[in-house]
Ligand binder design. Structure first.
Ligand code: NAD
Length: 293
């Protein structure tokens, strides 16, 4: 039976690692947050192994981390994943990071003959729980083929974007740029609807069969706004991070995206006002003027 390491047991990593346990893999997990490790252990996971110790026992190691800095640290520090690895291991980062982080890790991994894939995901916590995630994978085709039996346990749509390591990340950032637009649009449109005395439930039913419909409208309204409960989900600060990476990508191509810049400023301001830890749909609460952030 394959042994799998999983570093980062947060909103996404915990359900993904639990699914691997349910699929009868031996799963070794670690997180800075001891409560997350306790939940993982309760589900049958093995804890107490550092990144270097996982390398000694695992065939494949996944990471699901909240920032480029955390990913850099776990992969590239002395005694980190790359430094401790031997050829034969497969490292898979499912985090959304700046494309240049994918490139730096690939260079380090190649110099040691290690397989590395940058495999960001879409589909949110619900997708992670229900194994319906979309994986957008960049990296060598042979490594992708090695990863497939495991990725198929975690997601419903597994794409090899190209051999270029950051191609999955570019795809994911474009996806999240659209998520940023839709989330802001839903927040402003529903604020206007409420002020116009429209019934938001009835509005949803009507727009759901009209061109105003979108998966993000459905997600943000049905799972968060309608219940006035904004526990993440996908935190607003993580979306702001991804919008920053998308703008960075545009800058590299010398593209000016003025509306995307305004969008980034909107999320940045919401984060500064204390909404960062809540689900991104909380933008509705900010725009509609509620004050319980
Ligand atoms: P999260 O903040 O809930 O989880 C990240 C976990 O990593 C936390 O439990 C944290 O304690 C842990 N961590 C941080 N630094 C660590 C370290 N050095 N060693 C071990 N653990 C460490 O974030 P999330 O929502 O699970 O997102 C994870 C990644 O997936 C992010 O890059 C995010 O952009 C991406 N993503 C999230 C969603 C979503 O809906 N939440 C969807 C798609 C992609």
């Amino acid at each position: 039976m394959k042994k799998i390491g999983f570093i980062g047991l947060g909103n996404m990593g915990l359900p993904m690692s639990k699914n691997l346990i349910e699929s009868n893999f031996s799963v070794y997990g670690s997180d800075l947050n001891k409560a997350a490790e306790a939940q993982f252990e309760q589900a049958g996971g093995i804890i107490g192994f550092s990144a270097a110790q996982m390398i000694g026992v695992c065939d494949v190691i996944f990471t699901s981390l909240p920032s480029s800095d955390a990913v850099k640290e776990i992969y590239l520090r002395q005694g980190g994943l790359v430094d401790s690895s031997q050829p034969g291991i497969l490292l898979i980062d499912t985090s959304t990071v700046a494309p240049e982080i994918n490139q730096t890790i690939e260079e380090a991994a190649l110099s040691k003959g290690i397989d590395f894939l940058a495999a960001p995901v879409s589909g949110g916590v619900i997708g992670a729980v229900n194994r319906t995630l979309t994986f957008m994978v960049g990296g060598p085709k042979l490594a992708f083929e090695r990863s497939l039996p495991i990725l198929n346990e975690l997601g419903a749509n597994i794409f090899h974007v190209s051999e270029q390591i950051d191609s999955g990340t570019a795809t994911k950032l474009i996806n999240n740029l659209l998520i940023g637009f839709y989330t802001a649009g839903v927040a402003e449109a529903l604020t206007l609807a409420k002020q116009s005395n429209l019934d938001l439930e009835k509005l949803f039913d009507m727009l759901n069969v009209s061109y105003g419909q979108s998966r993000i409208y459905e997600r943000n309204y049905k799972s968060f706004i309608a219940n006035d409960d904004y526990a993440p989900g996908f935190s607003l600060k993580l979306l702001r991070k991804d919008l920053g990476f998308a703008l960075g990508l545009a800058e590299k191509q010398q593209l000016d995206l003025p509306i995307s810049k305004m969008l980034f400023a909107l999320y940045e301001e919401a984060e500064k006002s204390g909404y960062g830890e809540k689900d991104m749909s909380v933008l509705y609460q900010k725009i509609s003027g509620k004050t319980n952030a």
